[in-house]
Design a protein. Structure first.
Length: 287
């Protein structure tokens, strides 16, 4: 039972970390129609900034998280303005090639500035140790990751479904020309959406550093993983992305616990099976 409980806790935390990082990619792919394979690079940038702020500058964990999100968004703003806007509505191959190029550039610059070594992010004292549930103990950081995932899911759902910004975003996606004619500043809507997606990637990169270590080739190592969970959940669907992350996280964690020699075999086997049954993802919609 202890093993089962450990698997469940780690799977839930891992799934939530995947969700926080990849939901931004789901937004850009499903709502903005941009295949942004550089999404993991922004999570990597956030991890590097947080590591530098917390470990080298001695700032607190909370300050490091804020610094990582803000710095990543600041870096992403000119990229969105001068590069990404050129590929909105472009063929998917063009988007893939450019965003992969951005990924390699980010990796090269990050390794040059920060060094080609694994980066750690010291946790706040409150996030260290374990919480006693009465019948079992659970690492506080795992619980923190789960709560972050739930908060992000609720906040995004509310923003997209219940606010005027969400209405404008969905209108811009359905018919950008008509939305612009009605007074919607589509360029600003896309820029803000991109900034939110990038900020979430950075936030997830910091919160999930204990489970997905920040290392020199982070952006490439997890590129396929982030893309896969979005595809399985259905691009643009928040509930679908959450379900996919929890399901795949549980499968991957269980496989690593019980049959570690198989590596990610069961993860990708599950992906193949789900995509065969649900070609548009668990909650995908026809475009």
């Amino acid at each position: 039972m202890q093993t089962v409980f450990s698997i469940a806790v780690d799977a839930l935390a891992y799934g939530m970390v995947l969700f926080v990082i990849s939901i931004g990619l789901s937004v850009t792919m499903g709502l903005m129609r941009v295949v942004n394979l550089a999404h993991g690079a922004f999570a990597m940038i956030g991890g590097y900034v947080a590591s530098y702020a917390a470990r080298d500058l001695g700032l607190g964990y909370a300050v490091a998280v804020i610094a990582a999100v803000v710095a990543t968004i600041i870096i992403a703003i000119p990229l969105e303005r001068f590069l990404y806007r050129r590929i909105y509505g472009a063929p998917e191959l063009t988007q893939v090639l450019m965003t992969i190029g951005i990924t390699f550039c980010v990796i090269g610059i990050a390794n040059y500035l920060m060094g080609p070594t694994l980066k750690t992010i010291p946790l706040a004292g409150a996030l260290q140790g374990s919480a006693d549930l009465g019948f079992r103990t659970i690492p506080v950081h795992r619980l923190f990751a789960v709560l972050c995932g739930l908060a992000v899911a609720l906040a995004l759902w509310f923003a997209i479904e219940k606010t005027s910004f969400g209405v404008k975003l969905r209108a811009s996606v359905d018919d950008a020309a008509m939305a612009a004619a009605l007074g919607v500043r589509t360029e600003i809507i896309y820029a803000v959406s991109f900034a939110v997606a990038v900020g979430l990637a950075a936030f997830g990169g910091v919160v999930g550093a204990e489970l997905l270590p920040v290392e020199p080739y982070y952006a490439l190592r997890y590129m396929v993983t982030f893309l896969v969970v979005v595809s399985v959940g259905g691009a643009g669907s928040i509930p679908g992305a959450l379900i996919a992350c929890l399901l795949l996280g549980a499968i991957d964690t269980t496989g690593r616990y019980l049959l570690p020699e198989f590596g990610e075999f069961f993860f990708y086997l599950a992906v193949i099976a789900i995509i065969c049954i649900f070609p548009r993802g668990l909650a995908g919609r026809a475009r």
